[in-house]
Design a protein around this ligand. Structure first.
Ligand SMILES: NC(=O)c1ccc[n+]([C@@H]2O[C@H](COP(=O)([O-])OP(=O)(O)OC[C@H]3O[C@@H](n4cnc5c(N)ncnc54)[C@H](OP(=O)(O)O)[C@@H]3O)[C@@H](O)[C@H]2O)c1
Length: 307
């Protein structure tokens, strides 16, 4: 098969080359990949550690080529999205059936490929806030891939959404997604019940200070790449705002994500959830796109289609 293999002599550290076909375990289906989406963390955390020749990548959309030998998961020919721990940037991917969602017939694979990591994170991290119906929820990194899905899903959950973004040129865009209010500084608003933070650095303690009594903050990312420093006393009890909590988050916590991926795909196909594709390229001409994602320069998802 062809794959974007790790090759440190190539621009961006990736080269389209021949690689060995994956051999699925009994609980894995073999998926023929049609499109993949890229995540900044793949370049920040995975690519630097991967040996030359490795096939990495998390998000893919395609069609089940061979069902899992143990009988689990979708049948041959089913359109699917996958959340692999590696191996997505290839023509064939072996994926645990617990990490495969099914996709409505006729849905665009490029659009669907944007869902697993970004929309999966938004959905599962918002759940960690508890009930949000009628409550104020703050989303940081609002223009990011996770942030844009989180705004839409929090609104669907009945929240009044405060979007935090550095980029004031995107205010109308964020309001159109459903945000009720946009701010550049988490401190510049009235108290919120929940925060989903994907930025870290100084944004995280500032967002924590925005929590009201009983508020919950989920820290799901560190897009800023900056250290997070809570000043002296910042985490001590505040008699006016008791029981504030901070949760760490990892998408794979809580086990299988197949049902969540299937739901996200159905919502997207029905146009009730809208991915923002900032750039779409053939994977044979993707060097500029790979560089842009690696530098966190794209406001939205980058999709590569497999020619
Ligand atoms: N814990 C998990 O399991 C999990 C899963 C998925 C993703 N993540 C993490 O979540 C974070 C967001 O992922 P993503 O795919 O949404 O990334 P993204 O599309 O690059 O969005 C990140 C957003 O963060 C904001 N930001 C603020 N300061 C920034 C800075 N100095 N540099 C870059 N961005 C900055 C930007 O929004 P504004 O301009 O609007 O402020 C940007 O759009 C990443 O750190 C990722 O690793 C974690």
């Amino acid at each position: 098969m062809r794959a974007l293999t790790v090759d440190r002599s190539a621009p961006g550290g990736l080269r389209l080359a021949e690689a060995a076909d994956p051999i699925p375990a009994a609980h894995q289906a073999l998926v023929r990949v049609r499109a993949v989406s890229l995540n900044p963390a793949e370049f920040r955390y995975v690519l630097p550690q991967a040996p030359d020749g490795a096939v990495i990548g998390w998000d893919a959309a395609g069609v089940v080529e061979r069902a899992a030998a143990d009988g689990s998961g979708p049948a041959v020919g089913t359109p699917a999205i996958t959340l692999g721990l590696s191996g997505a940037w290839a023509e064939l991917q072996a994926v645990d059936t617990a990490l495969i969602g099914t996709v409505p017939d006729g849905a665009d694979p490029g659009t669907m490929s944007t869902l697993p990591v970004a929309a999966g994170t938004a959905l599962r991290a918002l759940r960690r806030l508890g009930p949000i119906l009628g409550r104020r929820v703050m989303i940081t990194g609002a223009t990011g891939a996770v942030g844009r899905f989180a705004i839409q899903l929090a609104v669907r959950g009945g929240a009044e959404v405060v979007a935090v973004s550095r980029d004031t040129s995107r205010t109308e865009d964020l309001l159109a997604l459903g945000a009720h209010e946009t701010v550049t500084d988490p401190a510049a608003t009235t108290p919120v019940h929940g925060v989903l933070d994907t930025v870290g650095g100084p944004v995280l303690p500032a967002a924590y200070q925005a929590l009201g009594e009983g508020g919950v903050l989920v820290t799901a990312g560190a897009a800023s790449g900056q250290d997070t420093v809570f000043g002296p006393g910042a985490l001590l009890a505040d008699p006016a705002r008791r029981h504030r909590t901070i949760h760490t988050f990892f998408l794979m916590d809580g086990g299988g994500i197949d049902q969540d991926l299937t739901w996200l795909a159905a919502e997207t196909a029905a146009d009730r959830l809208r991915p923002h594709i900032a750039r779409r390229r053939d994977w044979a001409a993707a060097a500029d796109t790979i560089a842009a994602v690696a530098d966190s320069r794209l406001p939205g998802k980058a999709v590569l289609t497999l020619s």
